[in-house]
Design a protein around this ligand. Sequence first.
Ligand code: FES
Length: 279
Amino acid sequence: MTTTAHDPGAPSAGNPGRADIRARTLRRDRWWLPPLVNALGLMTFVVYATIRSFWGSAYYVPEYHYLSPFYSPCFSASCVPGASHFGTFLPEFPPWIPLALLSLPFLLGFRLTCYYYRKSYYRAFWASPPACAVAEPHSKYTGETRFPLILQNAHRYFFYVAFAISILNTYDMLLAFRSTDPATGVTSFGLGLGTLILLINVIGLWLYTLSCHSCRHITGGRLKHFSKHPVRYKIWTGLSRINTRHMLFAWLTIGTLILADLYVMLVASGTISDLRIVN
Ligand code: FES
């Protein structure tokens, strides 16, 4: 019987199903490097996102309408004036509650249950397995068939919410194409480096969201005959193309999210001035 490292009961060091090889792996390359880099990258993002989500200030630039993605949508009465693009129907929050309370848990859930990130953090943090052809240290493998990992199956539902949040992020980004003169209060078209950074971030978010495996399945899955569903087939074909780059978009958006938030923070706090191209 052929087994892989992802099969329940797959061979691992000490597992009787494994070929009788004493060494943990016969690989001589630096197989440990990708999981190490992944662990560092993921930890950097988690630490940064957590700190910034609880920071509670320097997330909005009223003059240029820049809103940090970590604070969108901002529905609380605690949000600074102008940052609530969709109203403030929630009361004031104490400082220990993130202002994007309604979106952050879903975005976190979306990334945590993402097929690519699962592979990445299973390897990086649980060594399950650490790399191809390297035995994992665990003697038993139950897969995602029981609690808590069975919750990974909720990914599709997180996708629906993340899709809606991407629309809100897009709206935030479009508002950043305006600038308001603080002296007169007149708002007109404006374009700055911040606008471009927010635009790149939103493009990245859409690429990541639409290249999601669940999205691909929602559009083209469970069909018996593609010929009877030409529109869905076309969409599925397009999504399948970007789906092959899902890992790239997963990492790209980690970078663009940090960049977008950092830039807004620096401008909002007065540390730097926005580089204006128009107005
Ligand atoms: S977001 Fe990665 S698989 Fe859905």
